[in-house]
Design a protein around this ligand. Structure first.
Ligand code: AMP
Ligand code: FE
Ligand code: FE
Ligand code: ZN
Length: 283
């Protein structure tokens, strides 16, 4: 049997992707994937729609990407197959989403005050679920200030620390690993060396995460160059962590395609074997 094509990181309209969950699973099958994970930011709201639309031959891993931080550096934690009814984790995700609303509104107020024409009603209409900077960026594109969503992530707009940027609530990353694991889920550190996006953390933080139950590192990712990948492979080997690859698909908000990077079969099997919160659903 040829190796399965496994993409473990995608976003839908339940957060800051532009593809509805039902369309995302259809496109995943069309892209020749055998396994796809839906990992919207701080929410499981897209799961039911993806499950209902799951095409024959595609397996769905239900997950989320959790907003975290360590020592003032923003980080993302992928969480797979956790129990969405786990009270502690569900409350934490709910707090993250609430904070995002107030923070997006504050960013819009700053933009409004400077006469950009961006309004809160406009951004709310663009966000179908978890609101994020890409929705504010879409409004900036609509008002003709920039040409693409990516151009908003600079110091003059809403790049981290930028003129109109406002921070959001983030969970301590080690605490988040514990929460996910306690909810029967499997935690994988998303794009640990995505230096293009801002600061990253040193290996000692990964060691602390591993001690708290971290299962793996996302290595093959668009934001990692060859040196970052080589380093992360070495670190994973040293710490006994599995490694994944994934597209981090966001529809039209990013240029990556579904299946652009893939996860090795043995890593996927380890994730499935570790999870106790939810089963993988086979379409
Ligand atoms: P937020 O979670 O609201 O702080 O916004 C962060 C999100 O913005 C990430 O999840 C990405 O989807 C997106 N993002 C970050 N940097 C870029 C970039 N350079 N180009 C396009 N999207 C980006
Ligand atoms: Fe995103
Ligand atoms: Fe991320
Ligand atoms: Zn992501």
């Amino acid at each position: 049997m040829p190796a399965r094509r496994i993409d473990l990181h995608t976003h839908s309209t339940a957060s800051d992707g532009t593809t509805p969950p039902a369309v995302l699973v259809a496109e995943a099958a069309q892209a020749g994937l055998d396994v796809v994970a839906l990992t919207d930011h701080d929410t499981t709201a897209g799961h039911d729609e993806a499950v209902a639309a799951l095409p024959t031959g595609l397996a769905l891993v239900r997950g989320a990407e959790i907003s975290c931080a360590h020592g003032g550096t923003s980080l993302h934690l992928l969480a797979y197959l956790f129990d969405p009814a786990d009270a502690a984790l569900a409350e934490a995700l709910s707090a993250l989403r609430s904070s995002r609303v107030g923070r997006a509104e504050q960013m819009v107020r700053l933009l409004e005050a400077d006469g950009t024409g961006v309004t809160w009603e406009q951004v709310q209409a663009l966000a179908g679920g978890t609101v994020g900077r890409p929705h504010v960026a879409q409004a900036l594109v609509a008002e003709g200030h920039i040409g693409t969503v990516g151009e908003a992530f600079v110091p003059d707009w809403i790049g981290t620390g930028g003129r109109y940027w406002v921070p959001k609530l983030e969970l301590d990353v080690v605490e988040a690993v514990r929460l996910v694991t306690a909810a029967g889920g499997v935690a994988v550190f998303a794009h640990p060396r995505a230096v293009k996006r801002g600061r990253t953390v040193d290996d000692d933080v990964v060691v602390a995460m591993a001690q708290a139950g971290l299962a793996g590192l996302e290595v093959d990712h668009v934001d990692h160059d060859d040196a970052a990948r080589a380093h992360l492979h070495g670190l994973a080997r040293e710490l006994g962590l599995l490694t994944t690859g994934s597209s981090d698909f966001h529809g039209a908000n990013k240029t990556v395609r579904l299946g652009e990077h893939l996860t090795p079969e043995d890593s996927y099997e380890r994730i499935v074997a570790l999870a106790t919160g939810l089963p993988v659903l086979q379409g």
